[in-house]
Design a protein around this ligand. Structure first.
Ligand code: COA
Length: 194
């Protein structure tokens, strides 16, 4: 997978390497970014190194594919979008996205979603991608409701666990039954699975 070029408009996705730790730390140190996510704010660059090593390990075990989002124009690391809880048996996974504060509301989310949906459906052979959003995450809920073919399936009690507390979530999904690549910006997938 890491040999595949995955690009969409202004962004591309690839697994981060240790050389990305400083840039990752710059955006993952912001409490405003991680407060809705499963991982705690990065306190030192060592936390960012650990995140990068975990992403490599999880992909090696085919448990999750967690690439970072890079701006094609200058290589700036913008955030991450990935598929976790890969369940090959049931052809499903869970999509999560985060962008550094400076890169939110700038049009990077839609191409990142288009790219990860193509990865899930076309490279990983999944048929269902779930997106669970905390009921307190108004910005993400607003954003997700604008995504073509992403259906709201209902509210799940205590679906997420953050800072030692259970949080209810709205659960959304996109499946190959409704997925229409033409409704999303075009994605370039070069190469194939290793
Ligand atoms: C959730 C998240 C990934 C969504 O990304 P985003 O960039 O904020 O969301 P959107 O793509 O919906 O951004 C739309 C906004 O960008 C603006 N925008 C600016 N330039 C744009 C462009 N070229 N194209 C599209 N939208 C653009 C839109 O006008 C819109 O503004 P509004 O929010 O004032 O209406 C991001 O907010 C984030 O990382 N949040 C913190 C982590 C998190 O909560 N993750 C989700 C966990 S479930």
């Amino acid at each position: 997978m890491t040999s595949v070029r995955i690009a969409c408009g202004p962004i591309e996705l690839r697994l981060p390497t240790p050389g990305d730790a400083a840039a990752l730390f710059d955006i993952a140190r912001e409490p405003a970014v991680s407060r809705y996510l499963e991982w705690p704010v990065h306190r030192t660059v060592d936390d960012s190194h650990t995140y990068i090593a975990d992403a490599a390990r999880l992909w090696a075990r085919r448990v999750a594919f967690l690439p970072c989002i890079y701006r094609v124009a200058d290589g700036q690391l913008l955030g991450a979008v990935g598929i976790s809880h890969l369940d090959r048996g049931n052809r499903r996974g869970e999509v999560g996205t985060w962008l550094g504060k400076a890169y939110q509301g700038r049009g990077y989310n839609l191409p990142a979603k288009a790219a990860i949906f193509r990865v899930g459906f076309d490279l990983l052979g999944l048929h269902r991608l779930e997106l669970a959003v905390g009921v307190d995450n108004a910005r993400s809920l607003r954003s997700i409701r604008t995504l073509p073919a992403v259906a709201h399936e209902g509210r799940a009690a205590l679906r997420l666990w953050r800072d030692g507390t259970g949080v209810d979530a709205e659960v959304f999904a996109i499946t190959t039954r409704d997925w229409d690549p033409c409704a999303y910006p075009a994605v370039e997938l070069g190469g194939g699975l290793p």
